[in-house]
Design a protein. Structure first.
Lengths: 524, 116, 356
């Protein structure tokens, strides 16, 4: 028991350290044996997953954890906080859960999916590094640290997007991604510099405590939000996303969902926590900006998805549309929080909207992830991604078809799948801010249904095509990974109340509870 | 313990209980299957009966019998053409345009916080 | 909740579901017969007897159940069943015959308007999937048209539902505004002022025009369009599978009719006449059936007899431009009405007429 306690007390550091160590050990083990390497990677991610769950239990029970690197006390002297620290509250661990679920299933899926490729040692190293980046982004309590992890994700995902280096379009997508994310990261760095120059601190809690919303702070806010929203793929800065998602291997697209969501996490953290003390000052317009960006994201996403004919590109646009729901939900809450005339207790719908938005983050990761894996499975079996040339696969690939149906129902929010629960929360709260918001959200959800029904027809239904006569069901590791995510989807769909109460509600509370985040600073 | 799983999901303005729906769905599914069971199950396999109906025309090759994805939703794309064309024009695929949009959004956000 | 309660709830659900399945199918088919009879009279024909839909179903059950060779068998067979089952489950959430919905009153409330909106999509979805799964070009064309129609009409439908709930949420002391028990308990007609009254009429009109598309009736039946694409998404269906779709259509008519009655005319006769116990129940059921008849007459029969079929792009245009605008005008009327009532102290219509 003593060992477990020891382990738990250092869990925040281990969450990042273990995959990082694993990333550099992977090539070494790859020298010995390919299978051993795969098992090693899955084992590392599985162990990290267990740590996340253990840590989550502790956090849900007893509130946020502050883990200081190299010391027990964040202070040096009396005032200065220069130590790096991880500040893990319910929201951080919630995002970490998403990241680890996605990475774990990606590793499982890669076993068979990537088997025939060369350079797999590097692939697995990068995959673990990407996980490190995502976990670091959501767990850290330090702005500069956040930037470092942001860069780690950027570099790792760029290399993974361009993994099929012999294909021109993959390399092009990788190039576009690195340009966009470098520029984004540059602006993040600039914003951090602006804040550091003013307050002589990099720690989020410390900064949040001393922020005054001066002229420079305003600029920093805009830079941070714009850059992180670009990393999150919000319209009209979404254009890199379909390129990247559709050209990367399917298992990588799966993790890329996690990285975009880590970007969104950054947006939420900056708005609610970093600028939390001055939340009523940035005026209502920041919340409205989020809401309007969300609506735009939904509409542009669904309309563009409806006319796509490439399987993965279509899903990528669908994923963009889903991002809009999160912005809508969270933005609605922000408009109310930012309004000095209304308290949160007077407008209970705002908190429901926030819960809906955050719940949708998890649901989107699962739904879109499952669909990407199905797209990968179809590609694996037929070597074809154009929906114009596919058809009739439901005969040969029964399990994949069933997983696709689950994904289709979930992403378009048909009851009793998980997408319905979170969308219900969003519809039934945002309408109180303005009825139009809910109307557009409902419309987009129906368009999503149309989009994926089109895929269902084009790829799985229709007459038996002679060129796909010999197509076989995909190997077991891919089915297992799809089943893993599908199980989550069904459980979340059947017991929405349980899930919302256990993990989403604490996360939403943590996001609006600023004092809780700064507890170590204020209360010592 | 069981309670936790049977709770109705309450959003403050509405509610939804998946379990109740699932139970009702299963019960009605059984009833409908029984009703359907009274029907005639047979047909003549492998005869002209099972060929696709094409108003008496000969069936084409299988690849031509499958309506392609890009031909779907014609009515919708036709009446929403102006929106789609506008959006297509926006997606140039040129990375400098991507960055341009980023700058545009930054400008709008600067307006939002009241700096410009 | 102890074990006994759970068992009790479970048994209520099971018995209720069985009863509703039977009632839904019978009443649905009956109204189909009435609809056909009236339509025939309007066209100067005698028309089939009222029990014709029952005879049709019996005929379909005797016919062969052909599964085309291009079809994906399991999807092809499952689609009609799923559609019918999902349609019947909607009845669980609707107040039928002037009583609270089965799952709304007896057991604690379990489903709301948004759920009904989504469940209403499942039968159409089943038809689309069934059509696609037939593997025939005609069926595919029909199915994609159905999907396009669905996108088209859900826009105004969403406006109607959200507008009503939004207006209801402003009424003091209402909780769970999306639940049908709240909506039927506080009819909006008595609450709004004159402008809001106009708004409600506009929304009702929009809903009446949405209904024929929801039920794929002329002029919005281009997915089936017998004269152009030979029955469209149903072209490959026959025998008992077609009978399932036939029944779905009947039940769905009942569902849509009940929904309109619940949203806009949730009044009962018995409190007005001061009746109690059995007479009250009987009067309420009869009154409900009469309301249902009126709704179906106006939203299905009259429209389908008097207007010719629209092309698919015209359908999309009709719903996305004129009807959406109409719905938005209704919503704006409700919004302005609220402002006028709170700021200038305008009284509600019911107050003005001295009804309250």
């Amino acid at each position: 028991m003593n060992f477990l306690d020891q382990l738990l007390s250092h869990a925040p550091a281990l969450l990042v350290a273990i995959p990082l160590l694993g990333a550099f050990l992977t090539p070494l083990i790859g020298r010995v044996n390919d299978k051993l390497r795969n098992i090693f990677v899955i084992g590392i991610l599985g162990f990290t997953g267990i740590l996340v769950i253990l840590l989550a239990q502790q956090i849900f029970a007893s509130g946020p954890i502050t883990y200081v690197f190299g010391s027990l006390d964040p202070y040096v002297g009396k005032e200065t906080v220069i130590r790096i620290l991880f500040e893990i509250d319910a929201l951080s661990i919630f995002m970490a859960m998403i990241a680890i679920v996605l990475s774990f299933s990606a590793a499982l899926y890669s076993w068979a999916y990537m088997e025939k490729n060369t350079g797999l040692d590097k692939y697995y190293s990068l995959l673990l590094l990407l996980t490190v980046g995502m976990l670091g982004m959501v767990l850290t309590g330090d702005m500069f640290n956040f930037f470092v992890f942001l860069e780690i994700t950027s570099i790792a995902s760029c290399a993974l997007i361009a993994f099929y280096i012999n294909k021109v379009k993959s390399v092009e997508a990788g190039f576009k991604y690195i340009v966009v994310s470098t520029i984004g990261a540059l602006f993040v760095l600039m914003a951090i510099a602006l804040l550091y120059g003013q307050y002589d601190a990099l720690n989020i809690a410390k900064l949040a405590d001393s922020i005054t919303f001066s002229f420079v702070d305003k600029i920093a806010l805009v830079l941070l939000i714009a850059a992180l929203a670009m990393k999150g793929g919000i319209v009209p800065m979404h254009m890199w996303l379909p390129d990247a998602y559709s050209r990367a291997p399917a298992s990588v697209s799966l993790i890329l969902i996690g990285t975009t969501q880590a970007g969104l996490y950054g947006v939420f953290r900056v708005l609610f926590t970093l600028y939390g003390n001055v939340i009523t000052l940035p005026t209502i317009s920041m919340g409205w900006a989020l809401v309007i960006l969300g609506l735009l994201t939904m509409l542009v996403g669904v309309i563009m998805a409806l006319i796509q004919i490439d399987f993965k590109r279509l899903i990528a646009y669908g994923a963009i549309a889903e991002l809009g729901y999160m912005f809508l939900g969270v933005g609605t809450c922000l408009t109310i929080l930012a309004n000095p005339d209304i308290t949160l207790a007077q407008a209970p719908f705002a908190f429901e909207a926030l819960k809906g938005g955050l719940f949708h983050v998890f649901n989107d990761a699962l739904d879109v992830g499952l669909l990407f894996m199905v797209a990968g499975a179809v590609y694996y079996a037929t070597k074809e991604t154009s929906l114009n040339r596919l058809g009739g696969l439901a005969r040969n690939m029964k399990y994949t078809t069933i997983f696709f149906i689950i994904g289709l129902l979930a992403i378009s929010g048909i009851p009793p799948m998980n997408g319905f629960a979170s969308k219900l929360l969003i519809y039934e709260s945002t309408y109180q801010l303005n009825p139009i918001l809910s109307i557009i959200a409902i419309l987009s959800s129906i368009m999503l249904l149309a989009i994926f029904i089109k895929v269902f027809h084009a790829a799985f239904l229709g007459p038996k095509l002679p060129q796909f006569d010999t197509v076989k069901e995909v190997p077991r590791s891919m089915l297992l990974a799809m089943g893993f995510i599908a199980a989550f989807i069904i459980i979340f769909g059947l017991f929405p109340d349980l899930i919302v109460n256990t993990i989403v509600d604490p996360a939403a509370n943590a996001l609006i509870d600023n004092a809780g985040y700064m507890r170590w600073l204020i209360g010592g | 313990m069981l309670d936790m799983f049977l709770q109705t999901f309450d959003t403050g303005n509405g509610f939804w209980n998946p379990i109740v729906w699932i139970v009702a769905f299963v019960v009605i599914f059984l009833i409908v299957v029984i009703i359907r069971g009274f029907g005639n199950k047979n047909y003549k396999k492998g005869t002209g009966q099972t060929k696709a109906f094409l108003s008496g025309n000969q069936e084409y090759e299988k690849t031509q019998m499958h309506v392609k994805a890009s031909n779907l939703y014609w009515g919708w794309t036709e009446s929403m053409k102006w929106v789609i064309d506008g959006l297509k024009k926006m997606h140039t695929g040129n990375v400098s345009d991507y960055v341009l949009w980023f700058v545009v959004v930054m400008g709008i956000l600067l307006l939002c916080v009241g700096l410009i | 909740m102890n074990f006994m309660e759970i068992a009790q709830t479970g048994i209520t659900i099971i018995i209720g579901a069985m009863a509703l399945a039977v009632v839904g199918i019978v009443v649905g088919l009956l109204y189909k017969g009435i609809d056909r009879k009236i339509a025939a009279h309007m066209q100067g024909r005698i028309g089939p007897p009222l029990r014709q839909p029952f005879l049709d179903v019996r005929k379909l059950f005797v016919k062969e159940n052909v599964i085309p060779e291009n079809a994906i068998t399991w999807v092809f067979n499952l689609a009609p069943i799923t559609g019918l089952v999902a349609t019947i489950t909607i009845l669980l959430y609707l107040p039928i015959g002037g009583f609270p919905a089965l799952l709304d009153g007896i057991i604690v409330a379990k489903g709301d308007l948004i759920l009904i909106l989504y469940l209403l999509m499942i039968p159409s979805l089943a038809m689309v999937v069934g059509g696609f799964a037939s593997g025939s070009p005609y069926a595919t064309i029909g199915a994609q048209r159905e999907m396009a129609t669905m996108i088209a009409y859900e826009f105004p439908l969403a406006i109607i539902i959200i507008s009503l709930s939004w207006r209801l949420s402003l009424v003091q002391g209402t909780t769970h505004v999306f639940s049908l028990s709240t909506i039927t308990a506080t009819p909006l007609w008595g609450i709004v002022g004159p402008l809001g009254f106009i708004g409600l009429v506009i929304l009702l009109l929009t809903l009446v025009i949405v209904t024929p598309a929801e039920l794929s009736k002329i002029p919005f039946d281009s997915p089936e369009a017998e004269t152009e694409i030979a029955g469209g998404l149903l072209v490959e269906y026959s025998g008992r599978n077609l009978a399932m779709f036939y029944l779905t259509d009947g039940v769905k008519t009942l569902v849509m009719g009940t929904l309109i009655v619940a949203l806009f005319f949730p009044y009962n006769l018995s409190p007005l006449l001061g009746l109690e116990s059995y007479t009250a129940i009987i009067i309420d059921i009869l009154f409900f059936l009469a309301k249902l008849f009126c709704v179906i007459l106006f939203s299905v029969t009259l429209i389908r007899v008097s207007i010719a079929r629209l092309k698919i792009d015209q359908i999309v245009y009709t719903y996305w431009v004129p009807l959406t605008l109409l719905g938005l005008v209704g919503l704006i009327c409700l919004m302005w009405d609220q402002t006028i009532m709170t700021q200038f102290g305008m009284q509600s219509i019911a107050n003005m007429l001295g009804l309250i």
